[in-house]
Design a binder for this molecule. Structure first.
Ligand SMILES: Cc1cc2nc3c(=O)[nH]c(=O)nc-3n(C[C@H](O)[C@H](O)[C@H](O)COP(=O)(O)OP(=O)(O)OC[C@H]3O[C@@H](n4cnc5c(N)ncnc54)[C@H](O)[C@@H]3O)c2cc1C
Length: 407
């Protein structure tokens, strides 16, 4: 069987298969994925699923019936170990060869692992897959004290879930503020107050150097400044790494992810890539970026699937991301860094505000806390390259929708 072969069954791979079919692709479509579960949603793993409010059954992205109805052959629990571009086939672990006419690599990213001495002890958790989440959920329930390493999205969401469950939570961050690469100092500061208000002990400019035995099977975490923190559970949320090794071993151009164009094409005409494992030139950022978000994986998968079927509709979506921590819904549209002007809209003291970011007088991003309406309009304004004046953005009574009509 040749046709379209997709490696990875998550947002990008599944969406590409659906879009190829919807765009008229008639040949066989096969998805090969190393995880044994049907494709599922990852965001709830650090939010509702971990907190126990979202059930396992509600995570499923698409059921087996859906794939059968769309003639998409699913091979789950099967890891691809090599791509042979000359023969146009891939090798599965165990040696089986699968041919393709077109290949789409949607292998996503993986959690960066702690590498300090003692990091291979039982009870140190990373969070990427459903299996990781099931494991972490059990450990969290049994733990009294938790240390989170890393003040990024996953670390903060796990910290919020653990603090709400009454655990003693310490968060160790190597940088000088939370979510340093994703949001402005203002949002970082807001989240810091929020977490500290819920009793989370947050320590900045602190790196973990070793993990030792603590009493009763617990851990003793040694930091660079000599401080020790004792805890039952350690969760590392120290970023993601693109799964681009298959592609680079096959000679495809990679630079922090597989290089693709606006249709998901790599530098080999018969091979596409999409989602966390790829990087693309982003108009809003003005540079190549590798994004880790559901929106990016889904929209890129869509563009790639359609292009494989011969319908070329470029990927040019405005990047979006969200995070839930306590009662704060953080939503991000656009890419803020670098920025030269930032203005606040809405009541910060009531936890309902947005920050509008500008670069060279152009609106590039909006971060919102509990203001979904601002996100909707900001998305349309950024997509249409319409920039409200900073004074207009800062005036919550100014109707930003009026600007759309003007254009
Ligand atoms: C805990 C958590 C919370 C998140 N929260 C949010 C959020 O709130 N909002 C948001 O926008 N994004 C969030 N994300 C990020 C989002 O889930 C990812 O951006 C998205 O899943 C990327 O989709 P993808 O299809 O590119 O790759 P992935 O979801 O990474 O899937 C790739 C699949 O390919 C498989 N694979 C890899 N190599 C091989 C191989 N050689 N052979 C076969 N299969 C292979 C992988 O095992 C995996 O199943 C979160 C991620 C995590 C882990």
């Amino acid at each position: 069987m040749s046709g379209l072969l997709i490696i990875g069954a998550s947002y990008a791979g599944v969406q590409a298969a659906i879009s190829a079919r919807e765009s008229g692709y008639q040949a066989a479509i096969r998805i090969v994925a190393d995880e044994a579960d049907l494709p599922y949603q990852r965001p709830p793993l650090s939010k509702g699923f971990l907190a126990g409010t979202v059930a396992h059954s509600n995570l499923i992205l698409r059921g087996a019936d859906f794939f059968a109805a769309h003639r998409i052959d699913m091979q789950l629990g099967a890891r691809v170990v090599q791509i042979d571009r000359d023969a146009r086939r891939v090798e599965r672990q165990g040696g089986e060869q699968l041919g393709y006419d077109t290949l789409l690599i949607a292998t996503g990213s993986r959690a960066r692992k702690l590498t300090v001495p003692g990091c291979d002890r039982e009870g140190i958790a990373h969070l990427r897959t459903l299996d990781d989440a099931v494991n972490l959920k059990q450990r969290l329930e049994a733990a009294q004290s938790v240390v989170i390493v890393g003040g990024g999205f996953i670390g903060l969401e796990v910290a919020a879930t653990a603090a709400k469950a009454g655990k003693t939570v310490t968060l160790v961050e190597a940088g000088s503020r939370l979510l340093e690469r994703a949001v402005s100092p203002l949002i970082s500061g807001y989240l810091l107050d929020l977490h500290r208000g819920h009793g989370v002990d947050i320590r900045f400019n602190e790196t973990v150097t070793r993990i030792d035995d603590g009493p009763g099977g617990a851990h003793d975490l040694l930091c660079a400044d000599g401080t020790r923190v004792h805890c039952d559970l350690i969760v590392a949320g120290i970023g993601g790494i693109a799964n681009d090794e298959l592609a680079s071993a096959a000679g495809l151009r990679c630079s922090n992810g597989i290089d693709v164009d606006e249709f998901g094409r790599t530098d080999a005409p018969e091979i596409f890539a999409a989602g966390d494992c790829s990087n693309h030139y982003n108009r809003i950022a003005g540079r190549r970026v590798r994004l880790e978000s559901v929106q990016n994986a889904t929209d890129q998968g869509k563009a790639a699937g359609a292009a494989i079927a011969g319908k070329f509709d470029p990927y040019d979506s405005v990047p979006r991301f969200w995070s839930d921590q306590y009662d704060a819904k953080l939503q991000i549209v656009g890419l803020s860094a670098p920025q030269d002007v930032a203005v606040i809209r809405g009541p910060l003291d009531q936890g309902r505000f947005s920050v509008f970011y500008y670069r060279d007088a152009t609106l590039t991003a909006v971060d919102s806390i509990n203001r979904p309406g601002d996100q909707m309009i900001a998305r349309r304004l950024i997509a249409a390259s319409i920039s409200p004046l900073p004074d207009q953005a800062a005036d919550a009574s100014f109707d930003l929708k009026k600007l759309e009509a003007v254009g």
